[in-house]
Every structure is written in structure tokens, then in C-alpha cells.
Design a binder for this molecule. Structure first.
Ligand code: PMT
Length: 222
């Protein structure tokens, strides 16, 4: 992104997976590496923003000039995101792959394999992005959508339902793109338009996304 396009702006970005504990040694999670979110954080910091990343467990170093606040579960991600937004936030970007469900309870001790079959009761997790977008002081809010079919329709539905300013759709059915890869291809939707970016490296896509977000968040006037 062009230097300085986000000078003075405060960004909060969620990144990576969440982990939902089953017992002291097991959890439910997904293949998110955090690379997309960290690449956006780095590009935004280079564009002059103050950036906080609310990060699930990943193996990445904090980009230069970015503050990383580590979290584990979806509940932690919501709490820390709300805290960071309350400190002052102009743009909120949700790249995290949050587990939609968590085990109803976490067993106190390691579950023994005494039965041939077992089932796990799951309950819905809170939605960080929708919660932030519904705040009376909502920042310019950007969601991501990882879809395998009808990418455009599901993504624009999600933008309207969650009251977002912008949504970045990735087709995660394409081999070598999306989850855990260094590359991605996205289509960005906002109420009046859309733009395809990539396939390209996540770093290059991040720089182009930051430029687009800078342009549109100014228009909305947050
Ligand atoms: O981390 P990488 O390996 O680099 O991969 C990047 C990515 C593919 C994970 C990323 O580009 C991406 O698409 N992230 C969103 C993945 C996703 O799970 O989307 P979703 O359709 O479940 O959720 C839609 C939006 O709501 C997302 O912005 C998500 O962060 C947010 N959400 C979802 C559920 C929830 N409980 N809380 C949320 O904030």
C-alpha cells in the first residue's frame, strides 16, 4: 500500500484459528495459519496505521510495528477484540477462522478410550465480527468469507446479515490457495461494487487490500 494512506488510523485485526478445548490435552481447531491476517497487519503498519492483532495460536512473528495480543478460544477472541476496539478503533478486520462451535464442557481429566464410540455435545460460539459491527460506535468493519461454493452469493449475504462495510471472499476450494498457503485469490465486495485481487502472494494481496480499505473507509467517514 502507498506509504501514509493509513496515517493516524487505528486498526484491530483478528487472525489465525481458535482452539476449543475438549479435555486438558485435546481441542477442536482448523487449518488457519494466521498468514493472511499478519500480512494485512504488516501492510497496514507500513501504511502508517497503529495496528493491534488479536491472534489465535500461530507460528508467526509479529510484523514490525504491530502489537500482537494472543488468545486461544473464540470467547477469548471476542473479549480481547471488544477491549481493543474500546481503546479506539477506526477499522476492524476479521481474518480469523473462528471455530463456530465448542464442546459444551471441557473435561477436567483426559478422556479415556474405554468406549467404542463417543459423541461430543457442541454449542455455538459468539461471533466476534457481528458483535463489533453491531456496536453503536462500530468502526469501518471488514469481514472475510471462506467458502467452497457460490462464493459471491454467500459472501454478499454475510456482508448484509452481519452489517459489514466490506467483505473479502476467498474460494478455499482451489488447491494451493487460502488456508495455510502463502498464496490466495480473493474478491472484495462492498455495497456499491466489487474487485478481484490475485491469485498472488498473501503479502501482495494484503497491500492491495489495505489500499482499498483506506480508500473506502475514508469515504464512509469513520
Ligand atoms: O490464516 P491463513 O492460513 O492465512 O488463511 C486465511 C483464511 C483462509 C483463514 C482467511 O483468508 C479467511 O478466509 N478467514 C475467514 C475464515 C472463516 O472462517 O470465515 P467464516 O465464513 O466462518 O466467517 C465469516 C467472518 O466472520 C470472518 O471474518 C470471521 O473472522 C468472522 N467470524 C466468524 C465466526 C465467529 N464466531 N466469529 C467471527 O468473527
Amino acid at each position: 500500500a502507498a506509504e501514509g494512506v493509513l496515517t493516524g488510523q487505528r486498526l484491530v485485526i483478528t487472525a489465525g484459528p481458535t482452539r476449543e478445548p475438549i479435555d486438558p490435552v485435546r481441542y477442536i481447531s482448523n487449518h488457519s495459519s494466521g498468514k493472511m491476517g499478519y500480512a494485512i497487519a504488516g501492510a497496514a503498519a507500513r501504511a502508517g496505521a497503529r495496528v493491534i492483532v488479536i491472534s489465535g495460536p500461530v507460528n508467526l512473528d509479529a510484523p514490525d510495528g504491530v502489537e500482537v495480543r494472543p488468545v486461544v478460544t473464540a470467547d477469548d477472541m471476542l473479549r480481547e477484540s471488544e477491549r481493543a476496539v474500546s481503546e479506539g478503533c477506526d477499522v476492524f478486520i476479521a481474518t480469523a477462522a473462528v471455530a463456530d462451535y465448542r464442546p459444551e464442557s471441557c473435561a477436567g481429566d483426559k478422556i479415556k478410550k474405554t468406549r467404542d464410540a463417543m459423541s461430543l455435545a457442541l454449542v455455538r460460539n459468539p461471533d466476534t465480527l457481528a458483535t463489533i459491527a453491531a456496536r453503536p460506535d462500530a468502526p469501518f468493519t471488514v469481514g472475510f468469507a471462506a467458502e467452497t461454493t457460490e462464493v459471491a452469493r454467500y459472501a454478499t449475504d454475510k456482508m448484509q446479515r452481519k452489517k459489514l462495510n466490506m467483505i473479502v471472499a476467498n474460494d478455499v476450494s482451489t488447491p494451493g490457495l487460502g488456508f495455510n498457503s502463502d498464496h490466495n485469490a480473493v474478491t472484495v465486495f462492498w455495497p456499491e461494487g466489487q474487485q478481484a485481487i490475485g491469485p498472488d502472494s498473501k503479502h501482495s494481496i494484503a497491500a492491495q487490500l489495505v489500499a482499498l480499505i483506506a480508500e473506502h473507509s475514508k469515504k464512509v467517514g469513520n
